[in-house]
Design a protein. Structure first.
Ligand code: SF4
Ligand code: SF4
Length: 361
C-alpha cells in the first residue's frame, strides 16, 4: 500500500499576520503533494481533553509531522500525555535558538559523558513503530524550508530500505535488487488531478497552562508530586508519575520545573527556553542553574537556589489562592523519605497512612 504521511500544522495562539501567513503558505504548498495529507489544528497545548482536535490527532495512526510554535520536545510530550505516541523522527531542521555549533558541542559533551544508568520512565513505555517528527515554526521565516523538509521526510519514509548485510557478503536476493532499482521512484501514490483540501479542526481552544513531563528524562522520583500543593500530579496504576489534574495548575507558575532534578518538567509557553522545552536542557545539564533560576541566597548551591525560587513562586500562588504560605522550610516534604525513617515532620497524609498501617487488616 502506498505510504501516506500526515502533516499537522498547529496554529499560533496569537493572530499575528506573519505567523498566519507562514502557516498558510506551508499548507498551500503541500496540498496535492503525493502521499501527503494536511491537517490544521489550534495550538496543540491548548487542545481540550476530549475535544475535536485531540480526537482528530488520535485518528492519525501512521507517520506524522507536527509543525508547531513550540520546542519539539514540548510538542512531542504534549502528544504523549494524550496517548499519541510513536518513535521520535529525526529532522534536519533546527529548533528556535539552536545552531550548528551548539549541535556539535552537544554531541561532543555527550560523547565525553559517563553512561547514565538511571532508569527513565520511557524505558518502560512500549512505543508504536510509527514515527513522529516535530518541527519548530519559530526557527525559520521561509515556508519553503518546512515544505522541503516535509517532502524529504515523505521520500525517506516511502523509500524501501535495502538490507545491507547480505550486500556486503555479495549476495543480494532478487527481491532486494528489485527494490534497490526501484528506490529512485519511491512508493508514493500517483498525483491527483484536483488537490485535496486540508482537514481543518475548528475547536474553541482557550489558553491553558499546565506542566508536561518529558518521560525520556523523568526517573519517577516523585519530587514534583510532593512539592505541588495544588493536586496537579498523581500516579497511575503502575505507580508512575502523571499530570492528573492539569487545569489545577496555577496560571504562570513554573515552580515545580525548578525542583525537578532531571529538568523533565516543561511549561511550553514559559518565556525561559530551558523551562519551555529547549534542547539545551534536554541534552546535558550545561546550563548553570544559579544563572538560570536566580540567586536569592549567595551562599546556596545552584540546586538550593532553584528550590528557594520555586518555594517563593509556590508561596505566591498559595497566597493568591487564599491559602497560607509555607516558605522554603515547607520545601519538598519527602513523603517517601519519611517512610524510610527520616526526621521530616509528618503531614496529614502520612498520619493517615500510619493509622491504616496500624489497623493491620
Ligand atoms: S520531579 Fe521530575 S523526575 Fe521526578 S517524578 Fe517529577 S517529573 Fe519525574
Ligand atoms: S507549577 Fe505550581 S501549581 Fe503548577 S504543578 Fe507546578 S507547583 Fe503545582
Amino acid at each position: 500500500m502506498p505510504h501516506r504521511l500526515t502533516v499537522v500544522v498547529s496554529q499560533s495562539r496569537s493572530q499575528n499576520p506573519k505567523k498566519r501567513d507562514l502557516e498558510e503558505q506551508i499548507v498551500a504548498g503541500l496540498l496535492g503533494e503525493r502521499g501527503i495529507d494536511v491537517t490544521v489544528l489550534p495550538n496543540l497545548y491548548d487542545l481540550k481533553p476530549e475535544g475535536s482536535g485531540l480526537l482528530c490527532l488520535s485518528g492519525i495512526t501512521g507517520d506524522v509531522v507536527i509543525c508547531s510554535w513550540l520546542y519539539p520536545r514540548a510538542a512531542r510530550w504534549i502528544l504523549d500525555r494524550n496517548q499519541i505516541r510513536g518513535q521520535e523522527g529525526s529532522t534536519l531542521l533546527k529548533s528556535l535558538g539552536e545552531s550548528e555549533e551548539q549541535d556539535d558541542e552537544q554531541e561532543q559533551t555527550e560523547s565525553n559523558e559517563s553512561p547514565d544508568d538511571k532508569l527513565r520512565v520511557i524505558d518502560q513505555l512500549e512505543l508504536p513503530a510509527r514515527r513522529i517528527y516535530c518541527l519548530d515554526l519559530r526557527a525559520y521565516d521561509d515556508p519553503a524550508v518546512f515544505r522541503n523538509e516535509v517532502k524529504r521526510i515523505a521520500r525517506e519514509l516511502a523509500t524501501p530500505t535495502v538490507e545491507l548485510k547480505s550486500w556486503i557478503n555479495g549476495s543480494p536476493k532478487p527481491e532486494q535488487m528489485e527494490r534497490y532499482l526501484a528506490a529512485d521512484s519511491p512508493d508514493l501514490p500517483p498525483p491527483t488531478s484536483t488537490p485535496p483540501l486540508p482537514t481543518l479542526v475548528d475547536e474553541d481552544a482557550a489558553r491553558r497552562w499546565y506542566p508536561v513531563i518529558d518521560l525520556s528524562r523523568c526517573t519517577n522520583c516523585l519530587e514534583c508530586i510532593d512539592f505541588c500543593l495544588f493536586g496537579v500530579y498523581g500516579i497511575d496504576a503502575r505507580e508512575t508519575i502523571l499530570v492528573e489534574q492539569p487545569d489545577n495548575c496555577r496560571q504562570g507558575c513554573p515552580a515545580c520545573s525548578r525542583v525537578c532534578p532531571e529538568n523533565a518538567i516543561i511549561f511550553p509557553q514559559h518565556k525561559t527556553p530551558a523551562i519551555a522545552g529547549s534542547a539545551d536542557v534536554a541534552g546535558t545539564l550545561k546550563i548553570n542553574l544559579s544563572q538560570l533560576f536566580g540567586a536569592p541566597d549567595p551562599g546556596a548551591s545552584g540546586a538550593e537556589k532553584a528550590s528557594e525560587v520555586a518555594a517563593r513562586e509556590r508561596d505566591e500562588q498559595l497566597l493568591l489562592a487564599g491559602r497560607e504560605a509555607i516558605g522554603v522550610q515547607g520545601g519538598i516534604p519527602k513523603r517517601h523519605a519519611t517512610e524510610q525513617g527520616s526526621d521530616c515532620p509528618k503531614d496529614e497524609l502520612d498520619n493517615l497512612i500510619d493509622s491504616l498501617d496500624e489497623l493491620d487488616f
